[in-house]
Write a protein that binds this ligand. Sequence first.
Ligand SMILES: NC(=O)c1ccc[n+]([C@@H]2O[C@H](COP(=O)([O-])OP(=O)(O)OC[C@H]3O[C@@H](n4cnc5c(N)ncnc54)[C@H](OP(=O)(O)O)[C@@H]3O)[C@@H](O)[C@H]2O)c1
Length: 324
Amino acid sequence: MRLLVLGGTVFLSRAVAEAALSRGHDVTTVSRGASGSPLEGARHVHADRDAPLPAELAGVEYDAVVDVSSRPSRVRSALAQLRAAHWVYVSSISVYADEATVGGAPGMLPQHEPLDEDSDDMADYGRLKAGCERLVGERAQSRAIVRPGLIVGPGDRSGRFTYWVDRMRRASDGEIVLAPGDPSDRVQLIDVRDLGAWIALLAERRTAGVFDAIGEPASIRDVLDDVAAGCGALPRWRWATDEQLEGVEVSPWMGPRSLPLWLPRPAYDGMMTHLAAPAFQAGLRTRPVADTARDTLAWLETADDPALTGLTADEEREVLAAFG
Ligand SMILES: NC(=O)c1ccc[n+]([C@@H]2O[C@H](COP(=O)([O-])OP(=O)(O)OC[C@H]3O[C@@H](n4cnc5c(N)ncnc54)[C@H](OP(=O)(O)O)[C@@H]3O)[C@@H](O)[C@H]2O)c1
């Protein structure tokens, strides 16, 4: 397959390009060179998508194009200038306006109103993704729309899963570690390499459809135990309820003074309980969380700036002391 990956130098788009190369495909990547270096084995075109695309891209008939952009102007211009038999657009579960309903899937949940003008406001992210989806739906004859949930693994610069890997790296055997919510709360994630491999497969097979792209939900207790196992750590979890955490001003999900992977219930019951079966039926395969944690730890130990988020060691000590 002749595959064009718009991006291909960092995290997910790079994982797509790597997977396609390992399957023997002819891969071209496109970037400005601001976020990462070109991938060995791929043809790389240096270009800024805010300008007309170079003739060496626009003049080729691709078997598939993969686009991860969240800017409608870039998606629109790629659709207008490039020729491809199949298009894979990487969207997000943020297109859904309902974060509470368990077992959500495309067509089941209401969506945000699409926005097809560019915006740098993170609050518009779901609407921008919906707008880009609409453009792809209108202009690509054959396409897959892929809506990932939480993407984790080596190279993840959001720090959300990596917080737990870093915490396990710092934990001594038997140390008490603050853990959020009810141990049975559901958590759902996907290793970037598994998602990349699946997107490459969707391109190769020209699979059409709209998919939530995520692993099977598991309890947060099992996920944290798997992270500990992957990092070779033996913590003792101190579970704190939503009310307890809110009472000491710990925030959910990410950011300063937060506990990553924690989402208060029942408001966010649906965020990490999407139906995974359709993606598995379309070829997705996922690795054990412990393997993701082990490899994320190896990456973390060499990363210059892993952009960690969450509680600092001092904040965690202070919160544990407050709980007695
Ligand atoms: N992280 C999550 O948990 C999560 C969850 C759901 C969905 N998603 C989606 O997953 C995807 C992640 O994609 P990603 O990891 O590959 O990162 P990304 O930041 O979306 O993609 C960046 C790539 O595009 C290139 N690029 C950016 N601006 C460009 C421009 N003006 N011209 C040419 N190239 C440009 C970058 O290289 P240069 O900067 O060097 O140009 C880089 O190669 C996104 O669609 C995101 O919305 C993420």
